[in-house]
Design a binder for this molecule. Structure first.
Ligand code: COA
Length: 154
């Protein structure tokens, strides 16, 4: 059966460790099944669970852009578009929106493959999150001053 196509998959890049990544292209950051412990008594997944996944997914892009440690400083916009249910398989895609002096802004989109119908794929949420590159002292660090150099043979 044909899958519902989503704009997010257009030009989607696959992460390969050690290879340069176009962070402006959406990349799959997390794929996770929603569990009963993430839901209320009606089987609806808590918004906080999805917010947490979105924050972690965005940080995957931010860490690459900042070449090291980041802290979430602001969630500019968070939209819950459709409910998520137990057993849904949630995929979170992140792409770099903007790089400032010390901050990185990432757009994250979440899609659910429905447990009741695996061929049904729906966007369930999106968010724009800003992260700040920080040093060991937890203070902002310039993006052109990486925390550490990646090992050449990584
Ligand atoms: C992140 C933190 C180190 C930033 O320190 P700060 O003194 O506020 O930093 P600055 O005011 O110098 O701002 C740093 C950057 O963040 C950006 N920024 C700060 N607040 C922002 C906001 N509300 N929205 C968007 N960007 C913001 C600034 O524009 C700046 O970006 P730029 O350097 O690219 O121009 C500090 O706020 C902090 O530790 N916050 C807690 C982070 C945390 O614990 N997050 C997890 C929560 S559980």
């Amino acid at each position: 059966m044909r899958r519902t196509s989503v704009s997010c998959t257009k030009g989607m890049s696959e992460f390969r460790p050690g290879e340069p990544q176009d962070l402006k292209e959406p990349q799959l950051c997390i794929r996770v099944a929603a569990m009963p412990s993430d839901a209320n008594a009606y089987g609806d997944i808590f918004g906080g669970w999805l917010m947490s996944q979105i924050d972690i997914a965005g940080s995957v892009v931010a860490i690459q852009a900042a070449n090291g440690r980041v802290a979430t400083v602001a969630v500019k916009e968070m939209r819950f578009l459709k409910p998520v249910s137990i057993g849904d398989l949630v995929s979170l895609y992140g792409r770099l929106e903007r790089m400032g002096n010390t901050s990185v802004t990432v757009k994250v989109e979440a899609y659910a493959e429905r447990e009741v119908d695996r061929n049904k794929l729906q966007q369930v949420a999106d968010a724009i999150i800003t992260y700040v590159a920080v040093g060991d002292d937890r203070q902002p660090r310039a993006l052109n001053a990486p925390l550490h150099q990646l090992a050449e043979d990584f």
